[in-house]
Ligand binder design. Structure first.
Ligand code: AHR
Length: 487
């Protein structure tokens, strides 16, 4: 039996809704085919955006979308993607396919309008110029009668979009230019100077941060540019084995299931390391940690383009999403945004498409179950559970998050055991629980939703709990993620 104790008097702060953010790169079938099919496609669309995919994004209130990369961002020249004559290029990072730039700035911002989310645009530092990024901000945000703004008018858009989130480069220690932290810190200072403020909406500028445990990068950036940034990014993928063989997304043993989950818990150590440095330079916690790429990275599915990073998505992915989101929620005093990689058809996708067909993955359903935490006050939530796992891959058997909004407490809790149920007793410290409602996602660890088959994995109403003496006793099935609304 496990126990969860929620203390409403203790909180580290508000859980930013942007922790539930997403990322869409010009990579494989994420944008083309997955999101954008063009106005003339037989697939139902509005202004070229797939209606089914946009509806799915709206249903989870997807709050922010990062674009155009990724590595692609540092070879993307935004003028190639506006106006009637779009330049063709070869996407040398991802699959060597022709990029016809039919999805550009106007299309991305139209997508965000349809979804109702904030855009988060990453500028090109690796192969671009300060002028190019500066003019992109001007093109999108200015109302002044300049030649650049006139170009936007000529392309059919009168009003400025007022985009708030701007990333200054991506992985500039690697695919974004192989820079040293000292050099990038200076580049960041320069580029951000010319990302001008137009109108009243203050820009939120994100500096490129480290990958995983590169503390030197964080230290150098915070020391030399900390005062000029609003956010510092961090990328962390859960990869087991080697980069050459990361394992299959669907064919795995129980030991490999636990290995992936245990590796995900390491995200907490990584956050701790970077947060400790940020706390030294920024004790007021003004600068947000922006985990703008995270998730499982497995081998591509057989017979697919290795440069397209297409992988299926099982209940193991759902558990990894739940563990990760619980960690981000606990660190919400520093983590302001997180963007799972990537929205459609790439890596740990929430949506998969095949022609006109669409499948919602178990990871999608975790984002659905966690919606109650968006912009809610995080609550201290103490979990006592027995250790689970196999061999050297052991961890707590239950992970959870609690928050409060509009007088209601949202508790999300997951039973990580692959094939055994778990009873969990939940208490609200110094209070009694009078009523609760529940929803759940559960299935076999390697089960997934597939095209043309019944969608077995989905959120269902959950009634497997009882209230006695003011506390809740929940019977969680094996491998499950549940949401309880209390009060
Ligand atoms: O998400 C795939 C790639 O992973 C991104 O383009 C890059 O930023 C990271 O290395």
């Amino acid at each position: 039996m496990a126990k969860i104790s929620i203390d409403r008097s203790r909180s580290v702060g508000t859980i930013s809704r942007f922790i539930y953010g997403h990322f869409a790169e010009h990579l494989g079938r994420c944008i083309y085919g997955g999101i954008y099919v063009g106005k003339d496609s037989p697939i139902p669309n509005e202004n070229g955006m797939r209606k089914d995919v946009v509806e799915a994004m709206k249903a989870i209130h997807l709050p922010v979308l990062r674009w155009p990369g990724g590595c692609f961002a540092d070879e993307y020249h935004w003028r190639d993607g506006i106006g009637p004559n779009r330049k063709r290029m070869v996407n040398t990072h991802w699959g060597g396919v022709v990029e016809d730039n039919s999805f550009g700035t106007h299309e991305f911002l139209e997508l965000c309008r349809q979804v109702g989310c904030e855009p988060y645009i990453t500028g090109n530092v690796g192969s671009g110029t300060v002028q190019e990024m500066s003019e992109w901000v001007e093109y999108i945000n200015s109302d002044g009668d300049s030649t650049t703004v006139q170009e936007r008018w000529a392309n059919g858009r009168k009003d400025a979009w007022n985009v708030r989130f701007w990333g200054v480069g991506n992985e500039n220690w690697g695919c974004g230019g192989n820079m040293r932290p000292e050099f990038y810190a200076d580049q960041y200072r320069r580029y951000q100077t010319y990302c001008r403020q137009y109108g009243d909406r203050k820009l939120y500028k994100v500096a490129c941060g480290p990958s995983d445990g590169d503390l030197k990068w964080t230290e150098t950036l915070m020391k030399n540019a900390g005062k000029m940034m609003d956010g510092l990014s961090l990328h962390h993928y859960t990869v087991c084995g080697s980069w050459q063989d990361k394992g299959s997304a669907t064919q795995f043993t129980r030991e490999q299931y636990y290995r992936q989950l245990q590796a995900t818990f390491k995200t907490e150590e990584i956050l701790q390391g970077h947060c400790a440095i940020m706390n030294r330079y920024d004790p007021e916690k003004r600068v947000g940690l922006i985990v703008d790429e995270w998730g499982n990275w497995f081998n591509v599915e057989p017979d697919t383009n290795p440069g397209f990073l297409y992988q299926q998505n099982t209940m193991r992915d759902a558990m990894v999403a739940a563990i990760s989101l619980d960690i981000f929620n606990r660190y919400c005093d520093r983590v302001y945004m997180a963007n799972i990689a990537q929205t459609v058809n790439v890596l740990q996708a929430i949506i998969l498409t095949e022609g006109a067909k669409m499948v919602l993955t178990p990871t999608y359903h975790v984002f659905d179950l966690y919606q109650g935490h968006m912009d809610a006050r995080q609550l201290d939530c103490f979990v006592e559970a027995e250790t689970v796992g196999e061999g050297e891959f052991t961890m707590t058997g239950v992970t959870a998050s609690a928050s409060e909004k509009d007088g209601k407490v949202t508790l999300t809790l997951s039973n990580l055991k692959a094939d055994e149920g778990e009873e969990v007793v939940i208490r609200l410290k110094d209070e009694t629980i009078a009523k609760a409602e529940g929803r759940i996602l559960t299935g076999r660890m390697d089960q997934y939703n597939d095209f043309g088959k019944e969608e077995k994995l989905k959120v269902e109403p959950f009634t497997g709990f009882s209230i006695r003496d003011g506390s809740l006793t929940v019977k969680l099935p094996a491998c499950s993620v549940a949401e309880l609304t209390i009060g």
